[in-house]
Design a protein. Structure first.
Length: 161
């Protein structure tokens, strides 16, 4: 019984497809004006067309017919490629530098936070460069950082301030 139901369902689904194929064959074989001369003089669809000799010929043919325009007429205004305007270069945002600590001694170090590009805290000496920033000077309570057309004079905050 199940097999019979599956067969009937398949036939029901495939019947419209088969009818469509039969109709399309019938419609293509029926002459449009009803005269036998139209059918005899019609080109054979299996016959291959000779393609133009060059790409330039094909391009000129396409341009003349303007297939993508609603009125199928060629454009009167010539197409010109404009120079693309250079996108304005956004200056990098200024980092929010903070001194977290200073190690004082013969070769002092500064612990900087808020470095550009999300870099983590770093211990830097005088002359070190990181993310375009250069440590210019370190004193026991401050540091001078230069870079990005700016000079930062950062002061170490004491706890509770």
């Amino acid at each position: 019984m199940k097999i019979l139901l599956h067969g009937a369902f398949a036939a029901l689904c495939l019947a419209p497809l088969a009818l469509g194929v039969l109709f399309s064959r019938w419609a293509s074989s029926t002459p449009s004006s009803g005269s036998r001369d139209d059918v005899e003089n019609a080109p054979d669809p299996r016959e291959r067309r000779a393609w133009p000799a060059s790409v330039d010929t094909v391009a000129s043919h396409v341009v003349k017919r303007a297939p993508f325009r609603a009125d199928r007429r060629a454009v009167v205004t010539p197409f010109r490629v404009r120079e693309a305007a250079a996108a304005p270069v956004a200056s990098p945002s200024r980092p929010n530098l903070v001194i977290k600590g200073i190690l004082w001694g013969p070769d002092p170090l500064v612990l900087l936070d808020g470095l550009p590009d999300g870099l983590p805290q770093r211990l830097l000496r005088v002359g070190d460069t990181l993310g375009g920033l250069r440590v210019h000077k370190i004193s026991p309570t401050s540091a001078v950082i230069k870079g990005m057309d700016t000079t930062w004079v950062l002061v170490l905050q004491r706890p509770g301030q």
